[in-house]
Write a protein that binds this ligand. Structure first.
Ligand code: ADP
Ligand code: MG
Length: 227
């Protein structure tokens, strides 16, 4: 589902942000990518979304090779991916329902489909009954659930999460990670970048550790440790 083959990303002078990285993620896997600040985790996410281009190497995501992908192809490619961030990135002047429906409107889904799918996905993330709330009326955990619903509404192959619990307290963080696990159980491949040592160690998933742009360990049912 994801292949990084000898991928390097340099932003300019100095050490590359990602340095000859190799990573293979199968369909249906759940992977944590951990490492201290500045180690290259967000760079990896941006490469997978084709927000930035690699300096060298090869990236294949959901069957598509990213090097040389035509610009006009990128929006359609990104529809195969769902993404959430630490800061939720919701539309403040739209309610929960509209925040999620918006992602369907922009790809011209028929209203009939939207009216069916939005409640379905809000139910999945545990937000049935909050349709009319605005983001600033919700807790951080609820806002992240809205962001997750929006990421999932188009049924992506892969969910990418960049520090999804970075703004949440420990208990809410665990709830969000458990929701990510449920999403994975329903078949979506999930890649989560995180700092959250405690949760990584509770979840017993595959753990890929990045240090100074280098993948230094990759463990099945791993723990978060300094390599
Ligand atoms: P992480 O998400 O693990 O904190 P990043 O991928 O954001 O790490 O950053 C990795 C390295 O690349 C850091 O040294 C950072 O300063 C550098 N970097 C990230 N984005 C840019 C950019 N747009 N221009 C220059 N350097 C960048
Ligand atoms: Mg980051």
């Amino acid at each position: 589902m994801i292949d990084l083959i000898d991928v390097t990303k340099s932003y300019g002078k100095g050490l590359p942000a990602l340095n000859h990285a190799n990573l293979h993620v199968d369909k249906g896997e759940f992977v944590f990518v951990v490492g201290s600040s500045g180690s290259g985790k967000s760079t990896m996410i941006k490469l997978l979304l084709k927000e930035i281009d690699s300096t060298s190497g090869q990236i294949i995501v959901s069957g598509e090779q990213l090097e040389g992908m035509k610009h006009r192809r990128i929006p359609k490619f990104r529809r195969k991916l769902g993404v959430v961030f630490q800061d939720f990135r919701l539309l403040k002047d739209r309610n929960v329902y509209e925040n999620v429906a918006f992602a369907q409107h922009v790809i011209n889904r028929p209203s009939r489909v939207i009216r069916k799918r939005v409640p379905e996905v809000l139910q999945e993330v545990g937000l049935a009954g909050k349709y009319k709330s605005f983001p600033d009326e919700l807790s951080g955990g609820e806002q992240q659930r809205v962001a997750l619903a929006r990421a999932l509404v188009n049924r992506p192959d892969i969910l990418l999460a960049d520090e999804p619990t970075g703004n949440l307290d420990p208990r809410t963080s665990l709830e969000i990670m458990e929701l990510l696990e449920q999403i994975n159980d329903r078949g979506t491949t999930v890649l989560v970048v995180t700092h959250n040592r405690e949760i990584v160690n509770i979840m017993r998933k595959r753990v890929v550790t990045v240090q100074n742009g280098i993948i230094v360990s990759d463990e099945k049912e791993g723990t978060y440790h300094e390599a």
